[in-house]
Design a protein around this ligand. Sequence first.
Ligand SMILES: Cc1cc2nc3c(=O)[nH]c(=O)nc-3n(C[C@H](O)[C@H](O)[C@H](O)COP(=O)(O)OP(=O)(O)OC[C@H]3O[C@@H](n4cnc5c(N)ncnc54)[C@H](O)[C@@H]3O)c2cc1C
Length: 408
Amino acid sequence: MINLELPKKYEFLVSQAHQVATEIFRSNSRKYDQAEHSYPKELDMLAAVIDGMNEGGALSGAGAGTVGGGSSGNGAKADRDGNRNGSNMASLLGLTELCWGDVGLLLTMPRQGLGQAAIAAVANDEQLERFGGKWAAMAITEPEAGSDSAAIRTTAKLDGDEYVLNGEKIFVTSGDRAELIVVWATLDPKQGRAAIKSFVVERDNPGLKLDRLEHKLGIRASDTANFVLTDCRVPKENLLGSPDIAPKGGFSGVMQTFDNTRPLVAGMAVGVSRACLERTRELLSEAGVEIDYDAPPHAQSAAASEFIVMESDWEAARLLTLQAAWMADNKKPNSLQASMAKAKAGRTGTDIALRCVALAGSVGYAEGELLEKWARDVKILDLFEGTQQIQLLIISRLLLGKTSAELK
Ligand SMILES: Cc1cc2nc3c(=O)[nH]c(=O)nc-3n(C[C@H](O)[C@H](O)[C@H](O)COP(=O)(O)OP(=O)(O)OC[C@H]3O[C@@H](n4cnc5c(N)ncnc54)[C@H](O)[C@@H]3O)c2cc1C
């Protein structure tokens, strides 16, 4: 028998996340959609509560308080069938629930951010001591390097006890609000991927200058910053991982961070699209359209049968996402499943949100409902952490056994 019930130990986490999503996220959703670039101060109190719960172990060391922290199998005990449900699963379940409330607010939660995923994955003990628990953004993208992150031009040169960073970084989520920015730079552009390393830069480093904040289609509560790095000096101990340029394996090690973060982004899409489905069901019901799961498609209204198709698509995305997170907790290689989950949930989330807007008609398109906002917000989840097309490329490479040089 397949048991897809929530593990008991996560019931409290999910119910807490749901309460936060309802009382804090939903109730401030529209406010910060309209007030782009203003900091959602309501989140400060929430972050303090989550910190307290993490310290007290109430969140099992995972979930909402460590969004990017699901990088290890985390020592969770296996059950009698040998299954582990650890920090990846907890983070996924917490995030999904919070994104049912508002994905833009989730993305700007203090002390979250994808930079922590990189820190948790490769930092040594001394670095974990200095950087662990801080709000860390991740700066990979550059004007000439988006999907092809191996093309980055930002350089890092060792000068005495410091690295000197020069370059430009764009579209950095939480770049203005985070305490740390994990910057990807190359030690030697001639040596390609192997020379790319990540460096922790304090946000107030004088060599790191904010160029501008983006105005965006959706997730407007979340700040997206562009930076210029000019002779930005960081202690050499701020390089994450090994400083050696290893021709094989170095870059793929960095890329493995995505095996933990992609299921989380997929979970965000699952959360937003569940919100769309729930609200659409209510609107359909108010309009007198009832959904009958026992009736064949031709024996009920087109709206009801379309709704059922959307729900089954959503369920497929959710199951792939759970599988990818479960594999990470159980230390099973999950690059393929992480990309499959991200591709399926990103596309399905966007499709569902737009179809829900269509089913609700003018009501769905106007500001009186959050449906129009969710349709704008969800699009980013099919874009960052690797676009839809890039996920399909990765899946093809893995299934066909091709290298990135063989299949571009
Ligand atoms: C709101 C927001 C927040 C972001 N946050 C961050 C962040 O915190 N840190 C960070 O580093 N970056 C961040 N990004 C950047 C994001 O990761 C990139 O936008 C993304 O990787 C795509 O890169 P690009 O925009 O340069 O598009 P491009 O790489 O130029 O791609 C353009 C189009 O071509 C397609 N394409 C590209 N290559 C191929 C190929 N080989 N085969 C088929 N199709 C292909 C893409 O799928 C896409 O549809 C953010 C972006 C946004 C919009």
